[in-house]
Design a protein around this ligand. Sequence first.
Ligand SMILES: [Zn+2]
Length: 256
Amino acid sequence: MGSQKVLCFNSKLAKNKPENIVNRDTTCPFCDTEKLTNVIDRKGSIIWLENKYPTLKDTYQTIIIETDQCHSELSEYKQTHLRDLFRFTFEKWFEMQNSGKYKSVILYKNHGPLSGGTIRHPHMQIVGLNKMDYKNKIRMEHFNGETIDQDGKVSLIISDTPLVGFTELNVKMDENDHINEIEQMSKYIQTCTHFLLNHIRCNSYNLFFYKIDEHIYVKIMPRFVTSPLFLGYSIPQMSDHKNDIIKKMKKLYFRN
Ligand SMILES: [Zn+2]
């Protein structure tokens, strides 16, 4: 039996969805924690709940509210909060995968006006896909490239065959013994988001998480207006500044 190829979007539900990334006057639904409904679990200021506006059919949509600081950002979190956030989020992601209820489970994050997100308050999304396996279209070459830094079983890689284009950064980790490695992975993710937001002309990014065989991959994807070559022909582009970016990241964040 073939896998579902298109997700159906519920436009009626989407109409009532609050949005405050462009319109700053709208009150933030994630700050008003008293009014949150269908909370599944929480740890301190980190809250896992069902998405109030589940616009995608054949899915189970959940949200991780990362912090109670509305205008904070992942690149600014203290190490302890960063570690707690990723331990909690990965635990829930694995829990949904292991439940056997979904064909696959995606974990991702939107940040900034070009990311596709609608709420400014820092959050991630865990979505169970009932009939679709996200891994079908992903090829390993999309995570390959030059290693910028490595710590044990966790490495930070810049794509030389990007999925979409330009400075795509990847973090790869061996899933076994993941408790210790999640901390290193979260540090690399934070470094990448900090670099994108502060050292190249980029105000938006996505994080995409993949679990393939015994590995976990994270793609830290800078967002710009999408290239027409990619939209029309699936042709990704590579920046000719790749070597400068590697040098700059090593100098800024790593001592080699
Ligand atoms: Zn908020």
